[in-house]
Design a protein around this ligand. Structure first.
Ligand SMILES: [Zn+2]
Length: 294
């Protein structure tokens, strides 16, 4: 009896040992299937990398072309490539064989889905801007603030100039147009009169127009206003008249264009007024003037 049990136990152990080295058809099939799945995963990962490349190309074009045309700021990388903080959402995958590849693939898919979502939001915004394009074109400053047919009224431009009163080099953040007192001053784009200001430092009687789309224009040293605060104006509306108020050495209008709160060179905003040749001449005149009228 003891012998019987001993041999039974031995046989079971032997069977176990044999099974370690010889696979049943079932385990062999499972292993093969596992290999195929692994291959599929590797292929899927490569495909996802290709999708990511295409998506990156779309993002580049969006930031560097479409968003530039419609004057939208590029979407910062911190938003485009925002990660997934907090809990490890892939923890449950860690027990799987080849978990590294599975997690890597799941993570890549999540990132691509997020980036695609950000991209589609961007296109919604661009579409909206495109539908508003007509309004935007009417609003962006695009003419000179006074009639300047032969460009003789072009005085001093953007850049370092000797200040006419203080006689020191100062950065002139606008453009000066000289004209007799009483000459009409035009709104250079559609907008709303935001400020009529007698106290703005040095600019005397001055008007600030809000054009929307991040644009403001400033007109200084006027003699009289022709508009009220809050009034809507069209491009070409007479908003006031040339004067010599504030820190000024002669009748002129000091004109500034602001984009997102910062002065920018007004010479880029005369495209409705000037031919390319006139434009070149204007730049030459305004750059040669060493002293501003301020
Ligand atoms: Zn000036």
């Amino acid at each position: 009896m003891l012998l019987f049990f001993t041999s039974l136990v031995m046989s079971i152990i032997m069977a176990g040992v044999i099974l370690q080295f010889y696979e049943t058809p079932k385990t062999r099939n499972l292993k093969r299937e596992n290999q195929r799945l692994l291959g599929q995963y590797e292929l899927m990962y490569k495909n996802l990398e290709n999708v990511e490349k295409v998506l990156n190309d779309i993002q580049q074009r969006d930031d560097n072309l479409y968003r530039v045309i419609f004057e939208a700021d590029p979407i910062p990388n911190s938003i485009r490539k925002a990660g997934f903080g907090g809990v490890n959402k892939y923890a449950q995958l860690q027990s799987i064989d080849n978990s590294e590849l599975v997690i890597k693939t799941a993570r890549k898919l999540d990132i691509i889905a997020k980036e695609a979502y950000v991209q589609s939001k961007s296109y919604d915004e661009i579409l909206n801007l495109a539908q508003n394009k007509e309004k935007m074109l009417a609003s962006i400053p695009a003419i000179m603030p006074i009639s300047n047919k032969d460009l003789k009224r072009t005085a001093s431009g953007w850049g370092f100039r000797i200040h006419p009163v203080y006689k020191i080099r100062r950065f002139h953040t606008g453009m000066d147009f000289t004209a007799p007192i009483g000459t009409e001053i035009y709104a250079t784009g559609d907008g709303v009169i935001k400020e009529l200001d007698n106290s703005r430092s040095g600019y005397g009687r001055s008007i600030l127009i809000d054009h929307g789309f991040g644009y403001h224009t400033l007109y200084g040293h006027m003699s009289e206003y022709n508009v009220k605060k809050g009034q809507a104006v069209k491009r070409g509306s007479v908003i006031g008249y040339v004067g010599n108020s504030g820190t000024s050495t002669g009748p002129h209008v000091h004109y500034e264009v602001h984009k997102n709160g910062k002065p920018v060179n007004p010479q880029y905003f005369y495209f409705k007024d000037l031919t390319p040749e006139e434009y070149d001449r204007m730049i030459a005149i305004s750059n040669n003037m060493g002293q501003s009228y301020d």
